[in-house]
Design a protein around this ligand. Structure first.
Ligand code: ATR
Length: 264
């Protein structure tokens, strides 16, 4: 029975096992495949992943915080996206070899209501999630500007990935705004910590907030109130997970089944 899992530290809160099992069940593969969660301590990471790849019991894993960079570093082969982003959220084990992918990038694009080719985007943040978003958007011809609390990080990331750093963005000027920062996770007011105002959104805009919790974030609530289209972190979770499952099984999972599972 091919095994799959999400690996991270901590990982108990992850919605991936339920979501991926719902997708496998809908595909009629639940008797054949199993998807679990493995909490791996930092000192054990390399040895555990090497063992998973060699044992042959696991077909692959999703990788979450804090191991996405370490996962890429262990790979024998990596997709262009994973290499450019510098992180992998998907590993496949093939004949003892480790193949790395990054489906966070494609997952972001698939979660958008339309492909923003040729449009202008503002990405907030400069960590791993920001790198995946910036790379994905630049790759399809979006003009991307990056704002970060620590401006030096925005400048470095923008330079590397073909975007531009911006110190004082005017939110209304962008077609797409993507928040990849942790602001809102602990209940912070996004309008205090991010260069956005509650009344700065327009109906033509698409606003993405990777933060998710119970109900819409304060950022998305304000964007929706202004008539903008919104995308939350759960939709991104679903889309990246669906792409990963397709890599491992070759099958096209049901997004509806996955959405139902993450909203439960
Ligand atoms: P990830 O890999 O998930 O993107 P990360 O690398 O820890 O995580 O990045 C977190 C991002 O959230 C960073 O851009 C961070 O800004 P700094 O580079 O200045 O640290 C941003 N962030 C976290 N807390 C923030 C806050 N209170 N206000 C603004 N930005 C914040």
């Amino acid at each position: 029975m091919p095994g799959l899992a999400v690996i991270g530290h901590p990982v108990a809160h992850s919605r991936s096992p339920e979501m991926q099992m719902a997708a496998l069940t809908e595909l009629g593969l639940a008797g054949e495949w199993i998807y679990g969660a493995l909490d791996i301590a930092p000192e054990d990471f390399e040895a555990e992943v090497a063992a998973l790849a060699l044992e042959g019991e696991y077909a692959g894993v999703n990788v979450t915080v804090p191991y996405k960079e370490a996962a890429l570093a262990m790979a024998d082969e990596a997709s262009e996206a994973a290499r450019a982003i510098g992180a992998a959220n998907t590993l496949s084990f093939r004949d003892g070899r480790i193949v790395a992918d990054n489906t966070d990038a494609g997952g972001l694009l698939r979660s958008l209501p339309h492909l923003p080719e040729g449009e202008r985007a503002l990405v907030l943040g400069a960590g791993g999630a920001a790198r995946a978003a910036i790379w994905a958007l630049v790759d399809i011809g979006v003009e991307v500007e990056v704002w970060n609390r620590t401006p030096e990080r925005a400048e470095a990331v923008a330079r590397q990935l073909g975007a531009r750093a911006v110190a004082e963005p005017v939110a209304a000027e962008y077609d797409l705004i993507v928040n990849t920062t942790a602001v809102g996770l602990a209940g912070e007011d996004p309008f205090e910590h991010l260069p956005l105002a509650a009344d700065s959104f327009r109906p033509e805009q698409v606003v993405v907030d990777m933060v998710y919790g119970e109900g819409p974030s304060a950022l998305l609530a304000a964007a929706a109130a202004a008539g903008a289209s919104t995308v939350d972190g759960l939709e991104m979770l679903v889309q990246q997970g669906a792409l990963s499952l397709r890599i491992w099984t070759g099958a096209e999972p049901s997004l509806e089944a996955m959405r139902a599972a993450v909203h439960r």
